[in-house]
Design a protein around this ligand. Structure first.
Ligand code: C2E
Ligand code: MG
Ligand code: MG
Ligand code: MG
Length: 274
């Protein structure tokens, strides 16, 4: 087990590991009370348009706190939320919160929300989104949903129908973490994505000729099909310049901006406060 590797090693979470299943159960219990106990919140990370330099869009990311105030990583709690089905309630809360914060804060024009494939497979999902839009008065074209290519995720006809219903609401559909699995290619073939986000692992060796060629190949593959291309995980000016040189449309990463809570607008209207 991870514990056996010694105390200087970061503990790797494995829900199938008997030593960590307690932790998994604790997180599942925490998730059940997270919304009512105010343990979840959304933070927003900007995207930069590499052609204009403007930052008109942001990605919403979920944060979870324990009752003691410690942060739990989404890479840890999202898989547990998906496995236990709590993701349906959390996902609904996330979208409603994003819409509300768009009204009350100086939020970006477009906010992308990560959506689990489980949500897309749930009957009535698009209708529930339409209800949130109606409730809050937010226009669908201010939202984008990010879908991560999953190895286990077969593209059922009900998922395709759900995506087409969401598009009819004006919501843009983005493909997240492209290049990390084999499923991305089938997703790309079946769905007309507005934007494809290329996984940050492609930036690791961008300072080498070989790394640039790899990214170039991925970019050509996507560009051929028409969507905007965004590269995730930009951490330096050198990387950003490299992406500009490659004619990438958008970039995101700590160098562009860290995820942060929405800033409450003093005048209550983002148009007036500009
Ligand atoms: P993601 O959607 O690919 O989000 C990008 C992740 O990379 C975020 O981690 C972000 O904080 C991090 N990141 C951004 N820029 C950089 C950078 O320059 N360097 C590095 N090393 N990391 C960077 P985070 O917030 O921990 O989220 C992890 C994953 O959890 C997300 O990956 C997404 O798949 C999932 N997730 C987060 N919030 C939600 C949510 O509300 N719903 C669902 N279904 N999944 C979510
Ligand atoms: Mg994402
Ligand atoms: Mg993702
Ligand atoms: Mg991503």
């Amino acid at each position: 087990s991870a514990k056996a590797h010694g105390r200087n090693c970061a503990r790797v979470f494995d829900p199938n590991d008997p030593h960590t299943s307690d932790e998994s159960e604790n997180i599942a219990a925490l998730l059940k009370i997270a919304v009512t106990q105010n343990l979840v919140s959304m933070v927003y990370q900007p995207l930069v348009d590499l052609k204009t330099g403007s930052q008109d869009a942001a990605e919403a990311l979920m944060r979870l706190k324990t009752l003691d105030g410690d942060n739990i990583s989404p890479t840890l709690f999202i898989p547990i939320a998906e496995r236990t089905g709590i993701i349906l309630e959390l996902g609904k809360w996330a979208i409603r919160t994003v819409c509300r914060e768009m009204l009350a804060t100086n939020q970006a024009d477009v906010v992308s929300v990560n959506v689990s494939p489980i949500q897309l497979r749930t009957p009535g999902f698009a209708a529930s989104i339409a209800a949130v839009l109606g409730e809050t008065g937010i226009s669908g074209n201010r939202l984008a949903f990010e879908i991560t290519e999953g190895l286990d995720m077969e593209i059922h006809s009900d998922v395709l129908r759900c995506i087409s219903d969401l598009k009819m609401l004006g919501i843009r559909i983005w493909l997240d973490d492209f290049g990390t699995g084999f499923a991305g290619l089938s997703w790309l073939r079946l769905i007309d994505f507005d934007t494809v986000k290329i996984d940050r692992s492609f930036l690791h060796d961008i300072d080498t000729e070989r790394g640039r060629l790899m990214l170039g190949d991925i970019v050509d593959l996507v560009r051929h099909r028409g969507p905007n291309i965004l590269v995730e995980g930009v951490e330096s000016e050198e990387q950003l310049q490299c992406l500009r040189d490659m004619n990438i449309d958008f970039a995101q990463g700590y160098y562009v901006g860290r995820p942060a809570p929405a800033v409450r607008s003093t005048v209550g209207s983002r148009v007036l406060s500009r």
